[in-house]
Design a protein around this ligand. Structure first.
Ligand SMILES: [Mg+2]
Length: 391
């Protein structure tokens, strides 16, 4: 089998409100910044690139790449051009089943989102060619339901608590509020949220690099004193400050998770060497796809760490991809973050458009069991969302 074409299409979905707004709440490194909203993009939206890989045997694979200058540093124009003009053309004529080798062929520095979109399409294609779900190719399908966590934007304590209560009524059982401003105020937010969600719900917090090391220690100690039952604190300090994160980790009982500090397997190794985290956050867009994500999971397992699959707003393909990776990777713990469920629908055909949506049955999403990613894009919904390119 040979690859005959690699197509990249930019799509845009409007969302009801800006992601993580809140001067005075959430991470203070973003206060005064426009983040994802810029003068040319004044309304709230999410942008993605769909990847389609065709072969001479008629098997087609689909993938999806995020684009977000705020987190990944990659714009939708960059991701589309990287796939269409630089990475994709190098794959023409090659065997799509040689995924590890093809990853090396396009293994340029950075460009994690673009590489991830291609890697996802290659896995979808391989699964369809073999008649197997991606999870089986990745290691097995022991887990068929994925517990869901959803992030909550920073704001007034009562507003954050209410946002969690609304999600609870839709079946969500795990929450990750945004903190990273002032430790005392943030600990009060966590206390209000715990009161609202009750003792059983899982409660994480993500500081998005907002604390200094000593602020992070203060926040954790306050949460410990208030009995918040914080499952973990994500990325308390600046991404590059691994010694600072190690100081936080040594100073508190709360588990510390690396997100912005951990994009690639090399980053994971640096976090491990510094003993800077208890948990590694894996995102396909950071790692550059399943192949690299599995290597991060292997490093974590060898070092005695846990992994969490973090939020990667998705159109449906990415949701399926994360479900398969969770099913196939036992070192990955509950719950997997799917914040997009609270923001927009998918571009999928039935029944997966409904299955990948709120309300949740038992706090979980199902892992698709069909070949490849096991989900199909809805042609009409996809065409409506297209900004540039032909799917
Ligand atoms: Mg994070």
């Amino acid at each position: 089998m040979k690859i005959t074409s690699v197509a990249a299409t930019a799509v845009r979905l409007d969302i009801p409100y800006p992601l993580y707004p809140g001067e005075g709440a959430g991470t203070k490194i973003e206060w005064g910044m426009r983040s994802r909203s810029t003068p040319l993009r004044p309304t709230p939206m999410l942008e993605y690139v769909l990847v389609r890989i065709d072969t001479d045997e008629g098997v087609t694979g689909w993938g999806e790449a995020q684009a977000d200058i705020g987190f990944f540093g990659e714009t939708v124009e960059q991701v589309r051009a990287a796939i269409a003009d630089y990475l994709g053309p190098q794959l023409i004529g090659k065997d799509p089943l040689d995924r590890e080798h093809l990853g090396r062929v396009i293994g340029y520095r950075g460009n994690g989102c673009a590489k991830s979109g291609i890697d996802m399409a290659l896995h979808d294609l391989a699964g369809k060619a073999m008649g197997m779900p991606v999870s089986v190719i990745l290691g097995g399908r022991r887990r068929t339901r994925v517990p869901v966590a959803i992030e909550v934007a920073g704001g007034k304590p009562e507003a954050m608590a209410e946002a969690c209560a609304v999600l609870m009524r839709q079946g969500v059982r795990a929450f990750k509020p945004k903190v990273g401003g002032y430790p005392e105020a943030d600990a009060e937010r966590m206390r209000a949220i715990r009161e609202a969600v009750g003792p059983e719900a899982s409660l994480r917090a993500d500081a998005n690099q907002g604390f200094s090391p000593k602020e992070a220690v203060r926040f954790c100690r306050l949460c410990e004193r208030y009995g918040v039952g914080l499952e973990l604190l994500e990325q308390p300090v600046a991404a590059h400050d691994l010694p600072g994160m190690a100081f936080v980790r040594r100073s508190v009982d709360t588990l510390i998770e690396a997100d912005e500090s951990c994009f690639t397997p090399q980053d994971a190794l640096a976090v491990i060497r510094h003993e800077a985290a208890d948990v590694l956050n894996i995102k396909l867009g950071k790692a550059g796809g399943f192949t690299q994500a599995k290597k991060i999971a292997a490093l974590a397992e060898a070092a005695g760490l846990k992994c969490v699959l973090g939020t990667a707003f998705g159109l449906g393909l990415e949701i399926a991809a994360k479900a398969h990776l969770f099913a196939a990777t036992e070192i990955v713990t509950d719950a997997v973050e799917f914040t997009e469920l609270s923001l927009h629908g998918t571009l999928l055909r039935p029944p997966w458009d409904a299955r990948f949506g709120l309300p949740l049955e038992d706090g979980c999403l199902p892992v698709p069991d069909g070949p490849g990613l096991g989900v199909e894009l809805d042609q009409a919904k996809m065409l409506e969302a297209v900004v540039q390119g032909t799917p």
